[in-house]
Design a protein around this ligand. Structure first.
Ligand SMILES: Cc1ncc(C[n+]2csc(CCOP(=O)(O)OP(=O)(O)O)c2C)c(N)n1
Ligand code: SF4
Ligand SMILES: [Mg+2]
Length: 311
């Protein structure tokens, strides 16, 4: 089965279909929020009836980047901060592919920040999940772009002197057409948001708060969380850019005061994606680029088929 003949092929899928044939032992620490992203992504893909063969997951480097190893689909474990350019290229070459990119806060808002703002600006049709644990997890707890001001770490022993990045606001001003925040402690909302994000045509950005109990004791568990759509205190229109911007600002400020707000913040369902814009001006090839290089006789192999689990 290749991505080409899988696309559009309707198939009954179960959650287990998104678990690799050999399930590698997850190396995330006990209590890590990353487990929730995996669970929500599998749940969302199952709910949408996606065939694993029509999905591409591109990840960055970090604890978050390991998502690829535990999720069954086409996958590309890229370089630090580089999941988005790879995801963009794949989507342009094979527009019917369901493309998801994922990585950490250091990966997406730091080293890959340029790719983040411009992928949002160009409204590439994909879902981007950022595991936001407010530190560099894999490399043992250094300060990241989302670490709160004053946060102490080995790299900032006297406390960070910098104001953190505001990921939701940055996403909106850059041009993302769907922006949401969810939290690992809120699995039902997380799955609902991922379903919406995947269904949305355009760049969907989900800032996913993932606690790191090993290196970020400050973040605790991101509880208690409040869903802004469920709470009467918050009343704003997610299709109104100005109202969304104000709600995002309040949410980002509240987080560092210990109040965890989550939910949908912005959606523009009418804005054409980059691919649609390019097609409209006649700059997309009639035959998708990837199809030109597709060899139907090629025998695809799963990397885990080459492994002996008992060794
Ligand atoms: C170009 C480059 N610079 C630095 C590193 C080292 N490095 C690996 S993961 C990482 C930070 C990961 O933090 P984050 O993106 O927040 O992911 P997390 O581990 O928290 O999920 C760094 C600095 C690298 N692999 N490549
Ligand atoms: S170091 Fe933190 S982010 Fe990485 S697996 Fe452990 S708990 Fe999760
Ligand atoms: Mg991180």
């Amino acid at each position: 089965m290749s991505a080409f003949n899988a696309i559009g092929e309707k198939r009954e899928v179960q959650r287990e279909d998104f678990t690799p044939g050999i399930e590698p032992q997850a190396t995330w620490c006990p209590g890590c929020g990353d487990f929730s992203v995996l669970k929500a992504l599998k749940g969302a893909m199952t709910e949408l009836g996606k065939n694993p063969d029509e999905v591409l997951l591109a990840t960055g480097i970090g604890c978050s980047g390991k998502l690829n190893s535990y999720f069954e689909s086409y996958g590309f474990h890229t370089l630090h901060g580089r999941s988005l350019p790879v995801a963009r290229a794949a989507k342009l070459a094979n527009p019917d592919l369901e493309v998801v990119a994922a990585g950490g806060d250091g990966d997406g808002y730091g080293i890959g920040g340029n790719h983040f703002t411009h992928t949002a600006r160009e409204n590439h049709d994909m879902t981007y999940i950022v595991f936001n644990n407010e530190i560099f997890g894999l490399t043992k707890g250094q300060t990241s772009p989302t670490s709160p001001k004053g946060h102490k770490s080995k790299t900032q022993p006297h406390g960070s002197a910098k104001d953190p990045v505001r990921p939701l606001s940055l996403s909106l001003t850059s041009g993302a057409s769907y922006v949401a925040r969810t939290a690992a402690v809120n699995p039902n909302q997380a799955q609902e948001i991922l379903v919406e994000a995947i269904e949305h045509d355009g760049f969907s950005h989900v800032d996913f708060l993932t606690q790191c109990p090993t290196w970020n004791k400050d973040a605790k568990q991101y509880v208690p969380y409040i869903d802004v759509q469920e709470n009467d205190e918050y009343d704003f229109d997610i299709t109104d850019r100005r109202e969304a911007a104000e709600m995002m600002f309040e949410t980002e400020t509240a987080l560092h005061e210990g109040k965890v707000l989550t939910g949908r913040y912005y959606q523009d369902a009418d804005r054409p994606s980059y691919g649609q814009e390019k097609r409209a001006v006649g700059e997309m090839p009639e035959v998708p680029l990837a199809e030109r290089y597709h060899d139907d006789s090629y025998e695809w192999e799963r990397s885990y088929d080459m492994l002996d689990p008992h060794k």
